[in-house]
Design a protein around this ligand. Structure first.
Ligand SMILES: [Zn+2]
Length: 67
């Protein structure tokens, strides 16, 4: 049961993250295909959803925490 709740929370966090990132990015920016921080490929869905994204989800999380 705890696992299901954790998954739901992760998903909610992810959607919140998307909303926050979308607000921060200029509409004309182009998404990176590979993460700037770890060089992992960024999923196409993320590239399309977050216009101008530069990092994968986990590195973006790290960046947010460093601020
Ligand atoms: Zn990364």
């Amino acid at each position: 049961m705890a696992d299901v709740i954790d998954l739901a929370n992760d998903h909610a966090d992810y959607l919140l993250q998307l909303a926050l990132e979308r607000r921060q990015r200029p509409a004309s920016a182009v998404s990176a295909q590979f993460c700037e921080d770890c060089d992992e490929p960024i999923p196409l869905l993320r590239q399309q959803t977050i216009v101008g994204c530069e990092t994968c989800v986990s590195c973006q999380g790290l960046r947010e925490r460093r601020r």
